[in-house]
Write a protein that binds this ligand. Structure first.
Ligand SMILES: [Zn+2]
Length: 342
């Protein structure tokens, strides 16, 4: 009986080694451990042994049963693992992505235009000066000849900060005050580029934030002829050597006299077209001689000094130069628009 059990154990172990699929494994289980399996049958035969042999035979039989059960579990686990590995290998995906091309950045059209403007004026001896976007009421308005009740303020609604008296500048003209205080009593030739804010309804021609470039030349004996010469030179470098300018009387609180500078239409050459609204002229900037009150506010004596100032919008300049009809495209972050100027 004992030999029979040992022989059964050896036979079962060999058969188990040959079981490589789940089906073969199940078949093995039924064959040896099942209700009609070889081991079960052998265990039933224990009852027919003589009484003195039964305990030893029972112990061996239990050992064989336990060892076969353990071997079965181990084999079943190995078969499951092998099946899993095979399954993964069969359904494997190559998840590696092709490399991403390096994209080289480029400057926004506003910045490009700003730099072009800066380059032209720096050739004429203007240096670039920057001042903050947050100003107080005095610098943004009062020192530019707009006392608190001045009607011209109606054109400049803006965003006020929580701190009383502070606001986002409505124009770059406060930079004139900063320049005068910084350089007094020297002569000044600066351009002041930067971002401005107005509480505007956003339309094709108006944005609530936009760039401006202010210019200021101040010294002894500066006249309107200097102003005209400087701006004509600018227009010709920016838009072509054949450009002509005309100066139309206008009003700004901080200049006297004041003018709007119009350039002959770059599309029709003054014959009339939709761009110039059939006038033949395009407005490009505002300018004038610095108002005596502004000079005084900056510490310069108007009897001794004179100067001119101008202000233009780089977006407006870029719109004219590239035939762009809607200012909102500058900040709409649509790459189809921006990439045209890469
Ligand atoms: Zn035209």
């Amino acid at each position: 009986m004992l030999e029979q059990l040992q022989e059964l154990r050896a036979r079962a172990a060999r058969a188990l080694d040959e079981a490589v699929t789940a089906e073969q494994l199940e078949q093995w289980r039924q064959e040896y451990l099942g209700r009609r399996g070889a081991l079960t049958v052998a265990l039933r035969g224990l009852g027919q042994l003589p009484a003195d042999q039964r305990p030893a035979a029972g112990r061996i039989a239990n050992e064989v049963k336990t060892s076969l059960e353990q071997a079965y579990e181990a084999r079943a686990e190995a078969v499951r693992q092998a099946a899993l590995v095979e399954e993964l290998a069969r359904g494997a995906l190559d998840v590696r992505l092709p490399g991403r091309p390096q994209s080289v950045g480029y400057l926004h059209l506003s910045t490009q235009t700003l730099r072009e403007i800066q380059a032209i004026f720096s050739q004429m001896g203007f240096q670039v000066l920057r001042s903050g976007e947050v100003e107080d009421d005095a610098t943004n308005f009062q020192l530019l000849n707009m006392p608190p009740d001045h009607p011209a303020r109606d054109m400049w609604s803006t965003f006020y900060l929580n701190v009383p008296g502070l606001l986002l500048r409505t124009h770059t003209s406060p930079g004139q005050v900063h320049a005068m205080r910084r350089y007094h009593p020297e002569s000044i030739r600066v351009i002041l580029p930067g971002k401005c804010y107005r509480y505007e309804q956003v339309t094709q021609r108006h944005e609530f934030q936009f760039f401006q470039v202010e210019g200021l030349a101040l010294g002894h004996g500066i006249t309107m002829a200097d102003l005209k010469g400087t701006l004509v030179n600018f227009a010709r470098q920016m838009f072509g050597a054949e450009r002509r300018l005309r100066f139309r009387p206008s009003y700004f609180p901080f200049t006297e006299p004041s003018a709007e500078a119009d350039m002959d239409c770059i599309i029709c050459g003054s014959k009339g077209c939709p761009l110039c609204k059939y006038t033949g002229w395009l407005e490009i900037l505002g300018c004038g001689m610095v108002h005596p009150n502004v000079l005084r506010g900056g510490g310069y004596d108007p009897d001794e000094y004179s100067g001119f100032a101008f202000g233009m919008g780089p977006e407006r300049i870029a719109m004219l130069k590239h035939g762009i009809s809607d200012i909102r495209t500058f900040f709409a972050n649509d790459l189809r628009f921006l990439q045209q100027f890469a």
